[in-house]
Design a binder for this molecule. Structure first.
Ligand code: G3P
Length: 218
């Protein structure tokens, strides 16, 4: 399973990349707003830190302008994955950008039917938003299970399921159990994977005993 981080915060990305657990990055217009920096500059910087796919989202809603935006974003670096919304214009743009050799992440997916359309449009990634589905009283992970079942029926589908809108560490574990190809999680949810009280307690006990030996390794 690949781990992407869902942020445009360069300091966070550098820190996570240093631990070797980062396979890519996703951003969106809200995350760019939060970062408070010019989008094109931030995306270029992130692409130089993480060699894997870095999603940069278009903001036009019509195919022609979206395609122009997508081409401009794709030119920023080889590892840009252009993000387009799951609309008819978005999927037209997806198809065109893929034909030109670019990676495309189709975002704002909330149903299995939409995921099927994205695979037909040759998306590199489909991003179902599990947290927002949960927030609305439904079961986000049930959608991931449904999409995985459908995609497995058609081995020629090359689209990877990128579980997005992750709210907590358990979402990551659940997505892994379902065999999702990628999760994109906020930094806190990824860091949550490290945490276990028995690791902390065990380390403390070992270090306390070590101190009692009076030895040093270096
Ligand atoms: O980047 C897309 C997605 O991960 C957004 O998540 O937390 O805004 O629902 P969220």
């Amino acid at each position: 399973m690949k781990f992407f981080v869902d942020t445009a915060d360069v300091a966070e990305i550098k820190d996570l990349a240093a631990s070797g657990l980062l396979d890519g990055v996703t951003t969106n217009p809200s995350l760019i707003m939060k970062a408070g920096r010019p989008m094109l500059e931030v995306i270029k910087e992130i692409c130089a830190i993480v060699p894997g796919p870095v999603s940069a989202e278009t903001v036009a809603t019509d195919h022609k302008t979206m395609l122009e935006e997508g081409r401009k974003l794709a030119k920023l670096a080889k590892n840009v994955a252009v993000k387009v919304p799951l609309t008819p214009d978005g999927l037209k743009t997806c198809k065109a950008l893929r034909a030109e050799g670019n990676m495309v992440n189709v975002t704002l997916c909330f149903s299995a039917g939409q995921a099927l359309l994205a695979a037909k449009a040759d998306a590199s990634f489909i991003s179902p938003f599990v947290g927002r589905i949960d927030d609305n009283g439904h079961d986000g992970m049930a959608l991931i299970a449904e999409i995985m079942t459908i995609y497995r029926q058609y081995p020629h589908f090359k689209t990877e399921v990128l579980v997005a809108s992750i709210r907590h560490t358990q979402h990551i574990i659940q997505a892994a159990k379902l065999g999702a190809h990628v999760v994109t999680a906020p930094p806190g949810a990824l860091r949550g994977l490290f945490k276990h009280v028995l690791t902390d307690n065990g380390l403390k006990a070992f270090l306390d005993d070590w101190k009692k030996t009076g030895q040093s390794i270096l």
